[in-house]
Design a protein around this ligand. Structure first.
Ligand code: M6R
Length: 364
């Protein structure tokens, strides 16, 4: 079943361009370059508040979606991990959209949060990968990801497919609210359709990243930095590394470094910086320079332009294709996944079945 791959995780990382294209094809209509959601007897344009609930990697997809929903659909978004959400007595106004994101559709805390929201008058949306799951059955608006079965405990392809669906949802909501013109919608569709090819270009750096893993494997701690929608990617990169290589890692919003974590910096802590060219590039790079000035060893992930401007003096760089900011999280997911994967391989850990973890967390 693994074909030519050593691990399911590796196979699933490489499947991403295909499964993201598959997922997008059910949300983007090529005939008129529009974004379409499954039929649903409620006007999504009238939603004035979104609550996102998920766990782990699916939660990080939700964090990215918050940026998109606010930017495009101008709708306030509340987001929390399911285990916190359930017990904090959240304010749920009738008619709000509660969105649950889950690969398995069975995560106990997320499912309990879904039922709580249903009892409290929320419209239930679910972005799930297993179409027969409890969450899929109980949702009013089912937004499936078409990632296919994900076997590796570390989630990879489910994440990028979730992002694809959530970008389409944000754009569609913006259209229905009259906040996105036909032209802007066309642009969004064009950019999303560029994602699979850009993800392929990212995968081409597999060998460089495998070589780089030897720099990361000896570390005890690793930091990941990102800004805007790439901040959740920093959290995701850190989670992947922790899960499968057992190296302690933290993701931070790059602007938070000087509020504490910069005290950790010395030449033993690699700092992975996610900085695609775009409106947030300069700010992220100036945070990176602060780290470098304190002896930090930096791995910069950016495009050719970004690396030309800021790559000097880094211990390593990973070149990504130049992408539109909308699809950067889908593309930059690949190097963080590959870096965790190869680091785990160098360390000889059990990549597909990391210790203490289960694929589907059905206990609270
Ligand atoms: O099936 P779900 O998406 O609800 O699972 C949520 C988390 O348990 C899951 O993402 C977990 O964090 C993964 N092991 C991350 O790689």
């Amino acid at each position: 079943e693994k074909g030519n791959y050593r691990h399911f995780m590796q196979k699933e990382i490489f499947e991403q361009p295909t499964v993201v294209a598959q997922t997008l094809s059910s949300y983007l209509r090529r005939s008129d370059n529009s974004v379409a959601l499954p039929q649903f007897d409620f006007d999504i344009g009238s939603v004035d508040r979104v609550t996102i609930v998920a766990c782990g990697t699916s939660f990080y997809a939700g964090m990215v979606a918050k940026y998109w929903l606010e930017q495009f659909a101008r709708v306030p978004v509340d987001i929390d991990v399911a285990s916190e959400f359930r017990y904090r007595d959240p304010v749920l106004k009738p008619g709000g959209l509660a969105l649950f994101i889950s690969q398995s559709g069975e995560t106990a805390d997320t499912l309990a949060a879904l039922r709580h929201c249903k009892e409290n008058g929320q419209i239930i949306g679910a972005v799930v990968n297993v179409p027969t799951s409890s969450m899929a059955r109980e949702a009013d608006l089912l937004l499936p990801t078409h990632a296919g079965p994900e076997i590796g405990v570390a989630s990879t392809k489910a994440f990028t497919c979730q992002l694809a669906v959530l970008a389409a949802l944000a754009a569609h909501m913006a259209v229905r609210k009259g906040l996105m013109s036909r032209e802007e919608e066309h642009d969004v569709v064009e950019h999303l359709l560029e994602a699979p090819a850009c993800m392929n270009a990212a995968l081409d750096h597999d060998d460089d990243i495998a070589a780089m893993a030897h720099l990361i494997a000896p570390a005890r701690d690793v930091l990941y930095l990102g800004r805007g929608p790439d901040y959740p990617l920093a959290l995701e990169g850190a989670l992947k590394l922790k899960e499968i290589s057992y190296i302690h890692a933290e993701g931070y919003a790059s602007g938070e470094m000087k509020h504490g974590p910069i005290a950790l910096i010395d030449d033993l802590v690699p700092v992975i910086v996610l900085a695609p060219s775009g409106p947030l590039f300069e700010k992220t790079v100036s945070n990176m320079e602060e780290v470098r000035a304190r002896g930090g060893k930096i791995v910069l992930i950016s495009d050719a332009e970004g690396l030309a401007l800021a790559g000097e003096g880094c211990i390593a760089t990973i070149e990504m294709p130049r992408v539109h900011p909308l699809i950067a999280p889908l593309v930059y997911a690949i190097p963080v996944q590959l870096l965790a994967y190869h680091t785990a391989c160098v360390k000889g850990t059990d990549v597909d079945q990391p210790r203490n973890l289960a694929k589907s967390v059905t206990v609270e």
